[in-house]
Design a protein around this ligand. Sequence first.
Ligand SMILES: [Ca+2]
Length: 189
Amino acid sequence: MPTPQGPRGRLIRRMFTAAAAATLLLVAALSQQAAAAPIGSPVQSQIDAALAASPGGTQINENQISWEDGAVILTIPLPGERYALGPGEEVGASGTHDCDYTFTCLYEHEQFEGRRLDFSKCGVIYDLGNWNFNDMASSYHNNQSGGARTTVYNWEGSWVRIWITSAAPTWSSNVGEDKNDIADGIKPC
Ligand SMILES: [Ca+2]
């Protein structure tokens, strides 16, 4: 979150205490997130928004979109569900790292909750902003074949690595406070 620049920024900094400024930043962050993925909005409207934001996708069922012939799949939790589950997927007892074999997945929230993005193509860095998923990833599951490792990046004018997974299969239910909600790019393998 950049600090306000210029005369208006200096005025703002004078006007508010550090605590008030922190609150403003939090509100701005929350409203930015709400704009990207309206909480509680119908699944189909989220699907429509994702299709519009990232052309070339195909809705493959009620709550999933596929791009690049299935190399990228977005799954949106169904109403009342904390987990993004595709057809036939079930929730484990205490959260579930449920990325399909040969894919590496990012989850919107810790404990593998919220929207899920699945990737399976090597050699490219995907911009998570294409799926309104920048600054959101909180947990992951790398379930690719052959011990592949996934690299995740923050955008700081260039791609800056924030984590690389262990050899698949591997997962994290919580990437940690310093890495939470900052990822902007992923190199699946
Ligand atoms: Ca970021």
